[in-house]
Design a protein around this ligand. Structure first.
Ligand SMILES: C[S@@+](CC[C@H](N)C(=O)[O-])C[C@H]1O[C@@H](n2cnc3c(N)ncnc32)[C@H](O)[C@@H]1O
Length: 192
């Protein structure tokens, strides 16, 4: 069983929703765009980004090995130091933003090699959104789109319940739910 299959009760539902928002939130990704997935684990997300040229980065040799067994293009590196050989359209960092030693310096490095957007998830009970927005602004990422992301990690929902939760993401009730559970998906980009 892969790491992704142990980490998510319903990997398909979870990663399909993450993949869809990674493409659509903020400036849209197009077929042929390149994407670097920092702290990629075993690269499970790659299957849910059709047409996108995916490269994973992880600091765990076991994860990198596991991602390579799944035929991923993956590099063993620390997200705090990594820079791709060429700029990429998008950078993602899921369930790992807390590994940034200095968040502003991390954003600055990523902004230096990312043309369209940085997409990451953020638990608003752990971090103040305004603090994160200020760090992004300081490095020139002056547009931040936030979307509540309501996919459970540890249990499987019947299809209709999953769809209902996703529909709630766009309602005023979402802010209330975020006080207790779930995270935001964030897309940071430049206005111009
Ligand atoms: C909770 S997993 C998330 C994996 C994947 N992004 C996901 O959301 O399914 C965290 C991952 O971060 C990796 N990691 C931890 N510290 C890191 C660092 N400094 N640089 C790169 N990867 C790191 C771990 O090896 C692990 O694969």
């Amino acid at each position: 069983m892969s790491w992704t299959e142990t980490a998510y009760a319903d990997p398909h539902a979870y990663l399909a929703h993450r993949g869809e928002l990674t493409v659509a939130l903020g400036p849209r990704l197009e077929s042929g765009d390149t994407l670097v997935d920092l702290a990629c684990g075993d690269g499970g997300l790659a299957d849910y980004l059709p047409g996108i040229r995916y490269r994973g980065v992880d600091s765990s040799p076991e994860m990198v090995e596991s991602a390579r067994r799944r035929d991923r293009d993956v590099v063993l590196a620390d997200l705090n130091d990594y820079e791709p050989p060429e700029p990429v359209a998008a950078t993602t960092c899921f369930r790992a933003i807390y590994y940034a030693r200095d968040r502003r310096a991390f954003f600055e490095r990523v902004a230096g090699y990312t043309r369209k957007k940085l997409v990451f998830d953020l638990n608003p009970r752990q971090y103040r959104v305004d603090d994160v927005r200020a760090d992004l602004l300081a490095v020139g990422l002056d547009r931040l789109e936030l979307r509540p992301f309501f996919s459970p990690q540890r249990f499987v929902l019947p299809g209709f319940a999953e769809s209902t939760l996703h529909a709630l993401e766009r309602t005023p009730l979402a802010t209330l739910l975020l006080r207790f559970r779930f995270s935001y998906l964030c897309a940071a980009s430049r206005r111009t």
